[in-house]
Design a binder for this molecule. Structure first.
Ligand SMILES: [Fe+2]
Length: 244
């Protein structure tokens, strides 16, 4: 999809959430490098950051990959990065919610801390708020309105339909959605997930091998003040891709 979308939108930066890219469980160095090779500039993570132990081998050396900034102090990796491309700079901040997810430090206070750290020297700040509850994500959107260029939610795998530019100029979407298998349950093969729901017995999930779908957003920010001027949802099904 990347060459196709790059031709259409000509983006300065492409950011991907990669926490499920290793078959639904974390990321490996080989997969991260493959994403970079395909044209991704920066990778964010989430609650599955540590699922694949490969990450411990490279997270501290890889400047283009971040994990949630509100993980405990001392955790490997970092929670924000500055990407540079063609004399343009983009700050990316990764945060994780605390509702229906493992406890972490306060994402709102951590957001304030990082925005304060970067805002004086950087106009464009993108926040990936990896969280389950729509309320917590909407709260983060309002909390950061006017302070960052965009607050995008990830984690639920379901693209929401509430894209908007908030009054002070922050692009907001509760969830970007997912890239991967469409006909399973959040990307996993559905029989095992259904079995778990109906029996409440433990089960091992594998990535579904069926048709895929691709969710993303395209955004434009005002060059002089960093405010968002455009937020467009992208949702492509495997069938549509081949028809185009
Ligand atoms: Fe997640």
């Amino acid at each position: 999809m990347i060459p196709k979308l790059r031709n259409k939108y000509r983006p300065d930066f492409i950011i991907a959430n990669g926490e499920n890219s290793a078959g639904g469980r974390g990321i490996t160095k080989a997969i991260a490098n493959q994403l970079f090779e395909w044209g991704v500039h920066g990778i964010t993570m989430g609650n599955h950051t540590w699922d694949n132990k490969d990450i411990f081998q490279f997270i501290d050396e890889e400047p283009r990959l971040i994990r949630p900034a509100n993980f405990s102090p001392g955790t490997p990796g970092k929670g924000a990065m500055v990407l540079k491309e063609n004399r343009k700079e983009l700050v990316v901040i990764n945060l994780q919610g605390r509702t229906f997810l493992p406890p972490g430090d306060c994402p709102f206070r951590k957001a304030d801390e990082l925005v304060e750290q970067y805002a004086s020297e950087h106009r464009f700040i993108l926040v990936d708020f990896h969280a389950e509850a729509t309320s917590e994500k909407i709260a983060m959107g309002w909390h950061l309105d006017g302070k960052v260029s965009a607050v995008l939610g990830t984690h639920t795998h379901v693209q929401t339909n509430d894209d908007r530019i908030l009054p002070e100029g922050t692009a907001y979407l509760t969830d970007v959605g997912m890239v991967g298998p469409r006909d399973g349950i959040l990307g996993m093969e559905k029989t095992a997930v259904l079995h778990k729901f109906t029996t409440q017995l433990p089960a091992r999930f594998e990535a579904d091998g069926g048709k895929w779908h691709f969710h993303a957003v395209y955004m434009e920010f005002n060059d002089s003040n960093g405010r968002a001027v455009k937020l467009e949802k992208i949702r492509i099904q495997e069938e549509d891709y081949w028809m185009e």
